[in-house]
Design a protein. Structure first.
Lengths: 941, 315
């Protein structure tokens, strides 16, 4: 189409030119020479169908066959014919004269341009001897493209057009015409047209959008109006109804009933409160009123309105209240201390009671649950203290009887103090190193700077005070000794001093401060102290309390760890500390996680060192075990990945895998670690091969029969069964099995005789089998269960058959073996080969017939897109091939035509020559015959 | 000079050496002498001998043997059988495991290996994954990944689509009703692989399935359970998958995994949830077979329990 347009345009321009040329003499002459051929009447005919036929394609309906035919012929003339003519020539002449290649320029224009160029060249010459050297040629080649720029028609006065055109803008017009004639300008026109089209479409789009929005607005307005109308109508109707008073009896009772229903709930609560608060509340004689509504009404008249102060308190306010209460109590205590020490006990009790009452009389909305923990704690503290005092007295009496015991206890406490000092130092060192790691981590974690900063601050003071502390602990030791010497005599006295626990306690910033607070107090007192510290420094009270609490948390955790390592063990206190620690880590979860991670890291590096040095046992101490347990309680164990629990369980499994077993204690600790792993993985059913391997090793060690060499090779060289064997083999009969006591096991030194006893072995085996049972139940769903557990079941059965096994143990092992066997059988029955490759879900084949709306007959409704695409391409290819063949055929026809014409021309020439010759001959012959030679010829010439 | 050195070295190697020197020699020989030696073939006697010993020594001699085989055209019958026998759990804790795994991977690199051999190695490795530490499990997964990719024919180990699978599941349903189809389904669930068979030909690995890999998905270590998922992609399409680089995993240990876990940023800290905050550290319901009595009682019990044993022993 574009081509035809162009062509049309060209025609148009030619026509224009023709019109102009009529006015312009010389141009007209030039144009006449090149006048276009008369229009072929066939070109104007449109092939148009007369009737629409249903179902027939209507593509390419309107064509001008004649025009396209003549166009094709023209094209061939310009290309194929030229080629044909050139085909016998070895070279060709390229005409590079100005305007020669431009078809649209007339002869005259060309001449004008040439002369102009010449003129310019003359003007531009600097000297008259400066010959033009090839510039002309250059110009000639580039004449087409850069003609517009070089053209200085506009500046020059046109030569001889003025008389024809008149004076008004003749030159400009002329140049305009010329420009119009130029090919590039035509192209420009085309582009501008296209641009216009684009603009138009954009405009249209915008207009459409605007129209749409307007339409929407109008519709909205309409709707609104309708709504308003409806409302008005409703109002009118309602007013009319009101006026008629049909509803009046319905409305008011309803309202009152509603009111009553609403208020019924509230006043009852308030009633209770009010009864408690004010006893003045008047009683209402209700039995006289017959109507329920009236009764309610009269009640409500006397009700006191709920005051705005009765709202539920925020946690901050509760914390504030608690602190105020403690402050008050502290004040009272100080007063009492000044006045009389003796009656403090009862006084305290009184205040306690008073505070209880006070608490009860607090607002009804106060749930009072946040600190309900504390109250029983304090109360229990007092009661306990009384009990303990009695105990102490008893102790006094017993110690007076046995002097030896006394000495023993002294020594013990001595050791105790030393131990403590040692362990303290231990922790200090570790914390010192924590500091470094913290610093490193600080560099890493920039975003969480603040919190880690806090962590640093916790460790900093401790690190700084290390030197101080060692100095402090020594006197403390001495102190302890002297105190111990006097202990028995002074217990009762000191008890009375200890009774006074301050109500407001600043959070201790270091271990010594905490020790100073807690030392020599009973377990329950320590709990009270901890709880009071928490209450008086609650995070909700002030922002800076967060830091304090974090420091205190670190200190308390340290204390917990030290306590776990202490001998003799204060297990009750350990248990008591669990709760505050857990609650505190709820408040500062991030910090507690950081603490835990640092400790785990530290523990692991210590473990690595101890494994390298191979001195002593590298199995975890009670401290590590209880810390691990504490963390597994604080943090969720079932997470896929947890910042604390994942390293923790990795550490535990590493213990199980790498620690060499050298004593009975190691076995006990290992099996305990296994049960800890079991308790951690129970929820998530995570697979932990280390624990199972460990248990299997223990069972192997316990069985007397030598396992075949292959099975032995299944295990790691660090665990040598021969070494293990004496540790778990039961030699003598064990009458009854007592469950193993974890704490006593942890307490014993490695070479204790306890670990050599058969009793101990049996109890450890029991724990091993119990653990196994847990694991079997947990891993029952794993797909390689039989491969994992079947060897163990054979081991268990072998164990059960051994001669000197206690019957309880035999039963247990048989039971677990049976359980394994059952589950393995289940697996063998139900297990399917793996199919873990991801597969796309195959959609179900639909059987509903597919209908196409607006079905068109010839169209392709293939659902397979690729096939459609392929079909389309094939069709196109076929069409192209056909078209090409057609073109070639037509080319051939054209060439044949040309050749035929040439031949005809030659024939004609030949015939003419022949005719001439013949005529000449005939003439001569006739002349010869007639006898007048030469005469006629002369005449003819 | 070179010839003289070679002769001296060979005559030294021919001597009956004690085990520790053996280790030393085989460790150094692969590093230094193999390239220096004038003619490597006499050395092969020594290497084959040490390879036959088994255990750590053969692991160490493997690398030089590998060089001999690949560069000097040494023929070694039963090489793969021996290699197969080397796959024991202790390898995963051994010192030179990184080198060993790399060699193992390159030994199994050839796509011309028969399917039964590749399947046997795959199954053996997967069986080992039940007893090795997490780092070992990572290496095993990487090795299995490469094996599955190189040998499309053994992909039936992880994905078995047979026409009977549908029928079987139906039959299974039937068997729940009338116990008829139990025979067929039992045949499917049982692992035919014989782990104790030292000959990979007879291990029946092709009839088995890698249930152990499925097991590893529940591994406690998040690295492992994540990594298993890489086996789920269709490894038979070679264009879409790449081989794992064994070097990335071969030198792993508890330390590396632990360090990676510690190095992770602490973004959020979820906490455990309890209806009632527990008050005791160790509750006996959680720890079967243990008692946690207070100190005095426990010690009393300990005294009681230890004293009779003492007495028994003195008697």
């Amino acid at each position: 189409m574009a081509k035809t347009q162009n062509k049309a345009h060209k025609n148009g321009s030619q026509k224009k030119k023709g019109n102009k040329s009529k006015r312009n003499g010389p141009t007209a002459v030039a144009m006449k020479q090149k006048a276009p051929a008369a229009d072929n009447p066939f070109e104007t005919i449109w092939s148009r169908r007369k009737f629409d036929i249903l179902g027939r394609k209507r593509k390419g309906e309107e064509r001008r066959v004649g025009l396209s035919r003549s166009k094709a012929i023209d094209k061939r003339k310009s290309t194929l014919l030229k080629d044909y003519e050139r085909s016998t020539k070895s070279s060709m002449f390229v005409d590079n004269r100005i305007g020669e290649n431009n078809d649209e320029l007339g002869e005259f224009d060309k001449a004008v341009m040439r002369s102009q160029r010449e003129h310019k060249m003359k003007l531009g010459k600097r000297s008259k001897y400066n010959l033009s050297d090839g510039e002309e040629d250059d110009f000639g080649t580039s004449a087409l493209g850069s003609f517009g720029e070089r053209d200085d028609f506009e500046d020059e006065v046109p030569f001889d057009d003025e008389d024809d055109y008149g004076e008004q803008n003749g030159g400009k017009k002329k140049s305009g015409i010329l420009r119009h004639l130029n090919a590039p300008n035509v192209g420009e026109d085309g582009t501008t047209e296209a641009e216009e089209n684009i603009h138009k479409s954009k405009k249209e789009v915008m207009q459409e959008i605007i129209l749409k929005s307007k339409h929407f607005k109008a519709e909205k307005a309409k709707e609104k109006e309708e709504n308003e109308k409806l409302m008005e109508e409703l109002d009118k109707k309602f007013t009319s109804l009101e006026q008629s008073k049909v509803l009046s009896p319905l409305i008011e009772p309803g309202k009152s009933a509603l009111k009553a229903a609403v208020n019924k709930i509230i006043p009852k609560d308030e009633d209770k409160n009010n009864k408690l608060l004010t006893a003045k509340k008047p009683e209402i004689p209700s039995q006289e009123q017959p109507d329920y509504y009236d009764k309610l009404f009269s009640e409500m008249v006397f009700d006191i309105r709920a005051r705005p102060s009765d709202r539920t308190k925020t946690p901050e306010e509760i914390a504030q209240d608690e602190r105020e209460r403690l402050e008050q109590l502290e004040e009272e205590r100080q007063k009492r201390m000044v006045a009389a020490e003796d009656s403090s006990d009862e006084d305290n009790g009184d205040t306690e009671m008073a505070s209880n009452q006070k608490r009860q009389s607090a607002s009804g909305d106060d749930l009072g649950d946040s600190f309900s923990v504390e109250e029983p704690g304090t109360r229990k503290g007092w009661v306990d203290e009384i009990l303990e005092r009695e105990e102490a007295e008893e102790d006094d009496a017993s110690e007076a009887e046995t002097g030896e015991d006394d000495e023993g206890s002294e020594e013990e406490s001595d050791e105790d103090a030393r131990d403590k000092a040692q362990s303290l130092k231990d922790w200090e060192q570790s914390d010192d190193e924590n500091l470094d790691t913290d610093l490193e981590e600080d560099d890493d974690d920039d975003d969480d700077d603040e919190k880690i900063d806090d962590g640093k601050k916790v460790t900093e003071p401790i690190g700084v005070k290390r030197s101080k502390k060692s100095a402090v602990t020594k006197p403390a030791e001495v102190n302890d000794e002297t105190q111990n010497a006097k202990k028995n005599k002074t217990t009762s006295e000191r008890r009375s001093v200890q009774l006074d626990i301050p109500f407001l306690i600043e959070a201790p910033k270091s271990m010594e401060e905490l020790c100073a607070l807690i030392d020599n107090r009973s377990n329950s007192d320590i709990l009270v102290v901890v709880n009071r510290i928490r209450a008086s420094n609650a995070i909700k009270l002030a922002a800076e309390n967060r830091k304090k609490m974090q420091i205190f948390y670190g200190v308390l955790l340290q204390y917990f760890a030290v306590l776990a390592n202490k001998k003799p063990l204060n297990f009750e206190l350990l248990n008591l500390l669990v709760k505050p620690l857990m609650e505190m880590s709820l408040e500062i979860p991030y910090f507690s996680a950081i603490c835990a991670r640092q400790r785990i890291l530290k523990t692991r590096s210590q473990f690595c060192e101890s494994i390298k040095s191979q001195e002593g046992s590298c199995w975890p101490s009670l401290k590590t075990l209880s810390l691990l347990r504490l963390w597994s309680m604080i943090f969720p164990c079932s997470d896929f990945r947890h910042v604390v629990m994942t390293p923790a369980i990795l550490l535990m499994c590493e213990y199980l895998m790498r620690c060499p077993i050298s004593s009975g204690r190691d076995i006990a600790v290992g099996s305990f670690l296994c049960s800890m792993v079991l308790s951690i993985t129970r929820d998530s059913r995570k697979f932990c091969p280390e624990a199972i391997i460990f248990l299997r090793t223990l069972l192997m060690a316990a069985s007397q029969r030598l396992p075949d060499s292959h099975q032995e090779s299944q295990f790691h060289p660090i665990r040598e069964l021969k070494e293990l064997r004496p540790l778990l083999n039961i030699r003598d009969d064990v009458p009854e099995i007592s469950p193993a006591s974890f704490l006593s096991v942890m307490d014993m030194p490695e070479d204790s005789s306890l670990f050599a006893s058969d009793n101990f072995r049996a109890s450890v085996l029991i724990t091993v089998i119990e653990n196994l049972k847990g694991f079997v139940e947990m891993y029952g769903g794993l797909s390689s269960f039989p491969e994992t557990f079947l060897p163990i079941s054979t081991l268990l059965l072998g164990l059960a058959e051994q001669g000197n096994m206690p019957p309880g143990l035999q039963e247990k092992s048989k039971e677990v073996a049976l359980l394994i066997k059952q589950k393995a059988d289940d697996h063998h029955l139900l297990r399917q080969p793996l199919q873990i490759r991801k597969q796309k879900p195959v959609p179900i084949k639909l059987l509903t017939p597919k209908f196409e709306e607006n079905y068109v007959k010839g169209r392709d409704y293939d659902p397979d897109r690729e096939r459609v695409e392929r079909k389309k391409l094939k069709k196109e290819l076929r069409q192209e091939a056909k078209g090409a063949a057609r073109e070639l055929r037509k080319d051939n026809y054209f060439l044949l035509d040309v050749k035929a014409r040439e031949r005809a021309l030659r024939e004609e020439e030949k015939m003419e020559a022949h005719g001439k010759a013949k005529a000449f001959l005939q003439e001569q012959e006739s002349a010869f015959k007639s006898g007048q030679l030469g005469k006629g010829r002369k005449r003819r010439r | 000079m070179k010839v003289k050195f070679t002769n001296a070295w060979i005559s030294f190697l021919r001597l009956p050496l004690p085990l520790d020197i053996y280790k030393e020699v085989s460790l150094t020989s692969n590093l230094e002498h193999t390239p220096v030696l004038y003619d490597c073939t006499p050395c092969s006697d020594f290497l084959t001998r040490s390879y036959d010993i088994g255990g750590v020594v053969s692991v160490m001699s493997l690398s030089s043997l590998f060089i001999l085989m690949t560069k000097h055209g040494l023929e070694y019958p039963d090489f793969y059988d021996k290699l197969y026998a080397l796959l024991v759990p202790s390898v995963f804790m051994a010192k030179h495991r990184a080198k060993f795994f790399e060699l193992l991977d390159s030994c199994l690199k050839s796509p011309l290996l028969p399917a039964y051999l590749a399947a046997a190695f795959t199954k053996r490795l997967s069986r080992l994954s039940l007893v090795v530490p997490p780092s070992g499990a990572m290496v095993i997964i990487a090795l299995i990944h490469n094996l599955l990719r190189r040998h499309p024919s053994i992909n039936c180990l992880v994905h078995r689509v047979n026409e009977t699978s549908n029928n079987n599941s139906e039959a299974e349903r039937d068997s729940v009703d009338n116990d008829d189809g139990s025979g067929t389904s039992r045949r499917l669930g049982v692992d035919h692989f014989d782990n104790e068979e030292s000959n990979p030909v007879k291990s029946n690995a092709l009839r088995s399935s890698l249930w152990e890999v499925d097991n590893l998905r529940h591994h406690y270590c998040p690295h492992v359970s994540r990594f298993v998922e890489s086996l789920e992609t269709d490894l038979t399409v070679r264009a879409k998958t790449t081989e794992m680089n064994i070097k990335d995993f071969s030198s792993g240990s508890y330390a590396t995994i632990f360090a990676a876990e510690i190095r992770r940023r602490v973004k959020q800290v979820p906490l455990g949830f309890y209806k009632m905050t527990p008050t005791t550290l160790f509750s006996e319901s959680d720890f079967g077979g243990w008692t946690f009595k207070c100190e005095e009682e426990a010690s009393k019990q300990g005294d009681e329990s230890s004293s009779p044993s003492k007495r028994q022993r003195t008697e």
